[in-house]
Design a protein around this ligand. Sequence first.
Ligand code: A3P
Length: 312
Amino acid sequence: YLSEEDEPSHDFKALISSLPQGKGWPSPPLYQYQGFWYLPAVLQGTLACQNEFKAQDTDIFLATFVKTGTTWLKALAYSVLNRTRYSSSSQHPVLTTNPHDLVPNLELSRSSLLTNLPSPRLIATHLPLTSLPDVPPRCKIVYLCRNPRDTFLSLWLFAAKVAGKSELPLAAEEAVELFCEGGCPYGPYWDHVLGYWRESVEKPERVLFLRYEDVKEDCGSCLKKLARFLGCPFSVEEEEGGVVEEITELCSFGSLSNLEVNKRGVTSLGTETSAFFRRGEVGDSRNFLTDQMVEKIDRVTEQKLHGSGLSF
Ligand code: A3P
């Protein structure tokens, strides 16, 4: 979230110098704020949105930990909400615009961009529930989680890909170690997931909790759940007319990753769009991580999620 002034304020510099500092992925360092780890630029945007962002009752937040399928969720939710405007699929914005430019991120975008979104505003965030700015209880939040092994793998490879050419990527062992200690952007992963999970159990009308693995297995059912939750369920005519399958196909990994805009584009925040599409499979971590690494991540998962009713 950037106000019109981009320069870090004196107060921000003072705050950041007082925060615990941790190792970056591979650089710059991360800072711990309200129990989670942030890159300096993200922290600046986080503080600005906590102070200045004005939520509207109709806002819809798409919340995710990094690398858990944010791009996919953005495309799906955008397509569900706008399905009557773009019934002719050759005109669909998903075909020509990367999902990150269709659904801006709360803590990373310019304030004016968010203010000017049409209502209901669809806004993405990686912030943990406890660090969201004031969000009225009527706002809907959709959380998409992914199993920690695949999330770790995707994050580790993404960090190496977008790092500067001169930077050495983190060794896998060290990255697993840091991830398990919580030290990665927006980490600890488990605290992030649990915050939204508990809220979804307590207030299912406020938070819809989805899993990447379930969307992969049965995207149609998840889309129907999503549309009901957002107050725009698919009609019988739409279901019979194949609208759910059309959205599933439009947003599938194969279709999105083959679009020109996602093969050779750059997002408005400067990331090559192809970096958001690697393999899009469940269980790929098995092909990269040693048994010891998997066991380590699984052990932390068991400890952290014990008694929560959530498991992977
Ligand atoms: P992999 O690295 O395992 O392939 P995010 O969007 O949160 O950055 O997450 C990126 C992960 O989601 C990557 O996982 C990416 O390939 C996968 N992904 C992107 N689009 C997808 C889609 N349409 N369907 C399934 N997975 C998708």
